[in-house]
Design a protein around this ligand. Structure first.
Ligand SMILES: C[C@@]1(CC(=O)O)C2=NC(=C\c3[nH]c(c(CCC(=O)O)c3CC(=O)O)Cc3[nH]c(c(CC(=O)O)c3CCC(=O)O)/C=C3\N/C(=C\2)[C@@H](CCC(=O)O)[C@]3(C)CC(=O)O)/[C@H]1CCC(=O)O
Ligand SMILES: NC(=O)c1ccc[n+]([C@@H]2O[C@H](COP(=O)([O-])OP(=O)(O)OC[C@H]3O[C@@H](n4cnc5c(N)ncnc54)[C@H](O)[C@@H]3O)[C@@H](O)[C@H]2O)c1
Length: 200
């Protein structure tokens, strides 16, 4: 059978969930960069004996706690999501194992078999967010698609969702009426051909 992406995307409230990144090198910094680009208010702790200068700058800007230490099991306490990105494969695998034992979601960066979840390519335009996954088959494609959508999705999309939100609040009627009305006013956003098969 043809392969398809069966992953289920969710939009995590990273301002209340606690994230741990193990490692402070290139890969850890890249993961931190994209995490804070999407979620500047994420609650992040990093543990490593060495941190890059760029990581220290990001940590200062985004209020990331840096612990200068080798990874120890107790660092997992209170964490919901864990990303392992050290250059020591045995440390990354230990983090993976100890997270699974504690029912914590874990991602060993760039190592698909050791990921409960993948980081995605992410486009943010105000309230609108698009997340991209290639099922772990081509991170480069995820990056290129992210760049493409950053270019083609207009900044004004945020004003549109705000206007629609305000319009919905003004509508008087039951849920069914509101659904119909919201679909009616947004019909022109998708091509006519969509309506040949669909009711809305
Ligand atoms: C999207 C993004 C998000 C982020 O990092 O936050 C992300 N990788 C990005 C970039 C990127 N990473 C790598 C390259 C070099 C290209 C290359 O070598 O092929 C580039 C491109 C570049 O840098 O140009 C290296 C790499 N990455 C993985 C492997 C292993 C493998 O492919 O098997 C290898 C080879 C390592 C090696 O050879 O040892 C694996 C993963 N990387 C993922 C996410 C997950 C899958 C996402 C999906 O489903 O598509 C997954 C599975 C796990 C994870 O890490 O979560 C971010 C772009 C952000 C942006 O630009 O917006
Ligand atoms: N740099 C890349 O773009 C790239 C791409 C693909 C794969 N990789 C692989 O990913 C791994 C990480 O690469 P990198 O460039 O980030 O390495 P790096 O040398 O820049 O960083 C390694 C980090 O791990 C930390 N570390 C080592 N032992 C630790 C421990 N016990 N507990 C906590 N932290 C510990 C170090 O202090 C350092 O901060 C390597 O195995 C590398 O081969 C790197």
């Amino acid at each position: 059978m043809k392969e398809r992406n069966n992953l289920y995307p969710v939009f995590l409230k990273t301002n209340t969930l606690k994230i741990l990144i193990v490692g402070g090198g290139n890969v850890a910094e890249e993961k931190l960069h994209f995490l804070t680009k999407s979620s500047p208010d994420a609650v992040v702790t990093m543990v490593a004996p060495f941190f890059r200068d760029g990581t220290r700058e990001l940590a200062l800007e985004f209020n990331v706690e840096l612990i200068e230490d080798v990874y120890q099991t107790f660092h997992l306490q209170g964490k919901h999501l864990v990303i392992a990105a050290t250059d020591q494969p045995e440390v990354n695998i230990r983090v993976y194992r100890e997270c699974r034992e504690r029912d914590k979601l874990v991602n060993v960066a760039d190592n698909p078999p050791y990921c409960d979840f993948y980081m995605g390519g992410i486009v943010t335009k105000g309230n609108v967010k698009v997340a991209i996954s290639t099922n772990g088959t081509s991170p480069t494609t995820a990056k290129r698609l992210r760049q493409f959508f950053e270019e083609v999705i207009p900044e004004e999309i945020d004003q549109m969702v705000l206007n629609l939100n305000a319009y919905r609040k003004k509508l008087k009627g039951d849920f069914e009426y509101k659904v119909k009305e919201m679909n009616k006013v947004t019909r022109s956003l998708v091509g006519d051909e969509v309506f040949r098969d669909k009711q809305n």
